[in-house]
Design a protein around this ligand. Structure first.
Ligand SMILES: *Cc1c(COP(=O)(O)O)cnc(C)c1O
Length: 355
């Protein structure tokens, strides 16, 4: 039996989109492909709320996290760390030989604009890395206030991991002044995994020109060159994904981006209320994620057993991440899931646990 995915990626993919993946192939150097890209990219810009350059990468989101590091960090990066994914970004910088400063925050909380501002005053940082939605803890940060604070540091590039938020939670790339926004397509955008997207500001592109050893596959400037000259990607992309993305963006724009954000908020409120009634929320109330809820396992249930029972009923949720396994569990409400799905899921859990 198919298990409906209430996990923070990959998310459920609707049949129409699965079908859109299986159309006959075209060549990536044919004009048909350039036409497809010219159709898709403006829709991606709408979703990102930006006029910036769009990177379409055949990789998972981590690939473009690496691209941001390789293309943007000239001398020294500031990494804000409050969970497994923000920690991974720090690791990527270190492995690329970048000099780093780390701002560590207790898991369950997120970074604040003032904390970043404090570190920037020294004047040695050229790139700041922020994770909008830390999927390991279910924490979402106030990116708007961070972006606004960063406007006082015009030489510093702001890179944001929006892998598990873009398309589900409000993110105003241009208005908030975010230079690089990275996302995967298998989370809130609800496509099969294998494609990643980023928006890159003029400032970030100018910075890249000053950075040495950017590599090839994940160099923003290589992507830009192929877009400018041919409306194509530098290497053979997953064309099937781009067809599906085109169709899915039509669906998203038809729903309306604001409506999509609202649907995610409604689902979040609903799951939080259930969690407060029967358990507790893991994150500090100030940082609750709109796209997934991390529940503190105050009843000492076996999360693994719960998931086994859910599997029999055709659903899957996520255990806690890493050291938070069994101490927490995570219910994702992202992508194309609806309030009906969430009601159904929580009813199943109530029945299984006798709540
Ligand atoms: C899922 C996730 C990633 C990793 O994305 P991949 O597409 O698996 O590379 C990175 N950051 C966050 C916040 C995530 O949720």
């Amino acid at each position: 039996m198919h298990k409906k995915l209430f996990i923070p990626g990959p998310t459920e993919v609707v049949p129409e989109i699965l079908e859109a993946m299986s159309v006959p192939m075209i060549g990536h150097r044919m004009k048909e492909f350039s036409q497809l890209m010219e159709e898709v990219v403006p829709k991606v810009q709408k979703l990102f709320r930006t006029r910036n350059f769009i990177v379409v990468s055949t990789s998972s989101g981590t690939g473009l996290m690496e691209a941001a590091v390789r293309s943007c960090v000239k001398k020294k990066a500031l990494h804000t760390v409050y969970g497994a994914f923000s920690k991974r970004w720090l690791d990527i910088s270190k492995r690329n030989g970048k000099e780093v400063d780390v701002l560590e925050i207790e898991w369950g909380k997120g970074v604040e604009a003032e904390q970043i501002e404090e570190r920037l005053k020294k004047g040695d940082i050229d790139t700041v890395f922020v994770t909008h939605n830390e999927t390991s803890t279910g924490v979402m940060v106030d990116l708007k206030s961070i972006g606004e604070m960063m406007k006082n540091f015009p030489d510093v590039v702001l890179c944001v991991d929006a892998v598990s938020s873009l398309g589900g939670a409000r993110l105003e790339t241009d208005e908030w002044g975010v230079d690089v926004v990275v996302t995967s397509t298998q989370k809130c955008i609800a496509l099969p995994p294998g494609l990643a997207l980023a928006s890159v500001s003029e400032k970030a592109l100018e910075r890249a020109k000053e950075v040495e050893n950017r590599g090839y596959y994940f160099d923003f400037l290589v992507f830009k060159k192929y877009w400018d000259e041919r409306r194509q990607t530098p290497t053979t992309p997953s064309i099937s994904h781009i067809y599906a993305l085109n169709r899915q963006l039509d669906r998203i724009l038809e729903e309306g981006i604001e409506n999509r954000w609202k649907r995610h908020e409604e689902m979040a409120e609903f799951v939080r209320a259930w969690a407060r009634e029967h358990f507790e929320l893991f994150p500090d109330e100030k940082y609750l994620s709109v796209t997934l809820t991390t529940v503190k396992n105050t009843r000492g249930i076996s999360v693994a057993d719960l998931n086994k029972e859910l599997a029999k009923r055709g659903a899957a949720i996520s255990n806690g991440y890493g050291t938070l396994k069994e101490k927490t569990f995570r219910i994702a409400h992202m992508g194309d899931l609806t309030m009906d799905d969430m009601r159904w899921l929580l009813n199943q859990i109530n029945e299984i646990l006798g709540l």
